[in-house]
Design a protein around this ligand. Structure first.
Ligand code: SF4
Ligand code: SF4
Length: 111
């Protein structure tokens, strides 16, 4: 699965936690562990603006939903995110897609 990256466009993230729940259900992850974890940046005042963002961060348990993708499905978190924050992108297209989406985009590739 190293040919793909999970692109997270967190400027649209509402902090709803659905990605955490869908990942946990898909992979039967116990409550004390996380496949992806929502973090919160802020609130902090930066010059005259307030920074307050939600950012989901995949853990080492994330395999980019290899089994689902092999069946032609989207990763569970991508499929269930109501804000369409996430996208599975071929590694060679990551730079291009990030540039198209603008600021507050991050990409994750499992080890
Ligand atoms: S499901 Fe989407 S909108 Fe909800 S917390 Fe996760 S990334 Fe953000
Ligand atoms: S791609 Fe799959 S394993 Fe990775 S965080 Fe999303 S749901 Fe979890």
């Amino acid at each position: 699965m190293s040919q793909y990256a999970l692109l997270i466009d967190y400027k649209y993230c509402t902090g709803c936690h659905v990605c955490e729940v869908s990942c946990r259900k898909e992979h039967d992850i116990p409550l004390e562990e996380w496949g992806i974890k929502l973090t919160e940046l802020g609130p902090v005042k930066m010059q005259d603006k307030w920074l307050w963002d939600y950012l989901p961060v995949p853990s080492d348990l994330c395999d980019l939903c290899e089994a689902r993708v092999a069946e032609g499905k989207k990763p569970a978190c991508v499929h269930h995110c109501l804000a369409s924050c996430m996208e599975l992108v071929p590694v060679e297209e990551v730079g291009k897609v990030m540039a198209e989406r603008g600021p507050k985009v991050t990409a994750f590739m499992p080890r």
